[in-house]
Design a protein around this ligand. Structure first.
Ligand code: FES
Length: 328
């Protein structure tokens, strides 16, 4: 008879337990008195036994067909496994139980509509901020219906261009929005796509201004776009609101401030040197931005156009054709 090897597995914050070769992580946990959740009884149907692997992913058994089927349905990140289908083949291995008691279940189950992990993950993303310039005078001059109607159209244009480049809108707030690129592609592709999406938005906005806004509202919208990239924490806080994907970290704040700097630098499209380098695109004129709370100045590149003064655009008493003419 061949003797089974015995390894050890650390349940972080709980205890380290022995696990035999050929024994599932779930079985070992239950044998050691850990109340590991397993609603379906270990048949790869419920996902309540899921674990987050912190160390030793390479020492675990390969994903079997049953686990693969459930993973596909639930879009697990690579460091999440089903304890009932996972075996330890070497050491060291450290894991977290994700669902610890019944109060955790609702946080993680039945969220298969989310298109990204609800678990916290660190990821390199391109952060994309967009703001509509001088929206307040427009809001004051038109009915609430018109304001929302126009915002829907503007954000619709942005959404089409952002999603065409593989980006995802995280949030809209008032007359601005915030999106990320790189959830499902390399940082290099994300940077290239984000820049292309930015240019596509400017082009579509131009058409929208010419064919619709000037015609029906005697107005013309301008926007500011700012981008930065870096490592951020991505996760879903699981309230079921708006898919509730949350992205946090200093790069997010920097991207937002770069967008704000479009006003000071009088250029509609700014991106940090980090994004430009990732995209390996041609060079553009640059400037240095000093930001409170950030040690070194941030080099930004100016890809856009100077703004026209806002007063030119809200001309309700003038002919729409006049508005299209640039200022001299
Ligand atoms: S116990 Fe249900 S999937 Fe593992």
């Amino acid at each position: 008879m061949t003797a089974h090897k015995t390894f050890h597995i650390e349940f972080i914050g709980e205890k380290t337990i022995p696990i035999e070769e050929g024994e599932s992580v779930l079985d070992a946990a239950l044998k050691a008195g850990i109340p590991h959740y397993h609603t379906c009884g270990g048949h790869a149907r419920c996902s309540t036994c899921r674990i987050l692997v912190s160390k030793g992913k390479e020492h675990l058994s390969a994903i079997n067909d049953k686990e693969a089927a459930l993973r596909e349905q639930l879009t697990f990140p690579s460091n999440v496994r089903l304890a009932c289908q996972t075996f330890v083949e070497n050491a060291p291995v450290s894991i977290h139980r994700i669902i610890r008691d019944v109060s955790d279940v609702d946080l993680y189950i039945d969220q298969s509509e989310n298109d990204f992990s609800e678990l916290g993950e660190e990821k390199e993303l391109v952060l994309f901020f967009l703001d509509i310039r001088d929206f307040t005078p427009f809001m004051e001059a038109y009915l609430a219906f018109d304001v929302i109607h126009i915002l829907r159209k503007l954000f619709g244009i942005c959404r089409t261009c952002i999603e065409a480049g593989g980006g995802k809108i995280i949030e809209t707030a008032g007359d601005g929005l915030y999106a990320v690129f790189g959830l499902r592609c390399s940082p290099e592709t994300a940077a290239m796509n984000a820049i292309e999406s930015g240019f596509a938005i400017f082009k579509e906005l131009e058409n929208f201004n010419r064919d619709y806004v000037q015609k029906y509202f005697r107005h013309r919208f301008q926007i500011g776009i700012g981008m930065h990239c870096g490592n951020v924490i991505v996760g879903n806080v699981g309230l079921g609101i708006n898919n509730n994907l949350t992205v946090m970290g200093l790069p997010v704040n920097i991207a937002s401030r770069i967008q704000s700097a479009t006003k000071d630098l009088n250029n509609s499209f700014l991106l940090s040197n980090d994004v430009l380098k990732q995209a390996e695109t041609k060079d553009y004129p640059s400037a240095l931005l000093t930001m409170k709370g950030v040690t070194d100045p941030i080099q930004v590149h100016l890809l856009g156009e100077p703004y026209y003064p806002a007063s030119v655009f809200l001309l309700k008493d003038k002919k729409a054709e006049n508005i299209a003419a640039p200022l001299t």
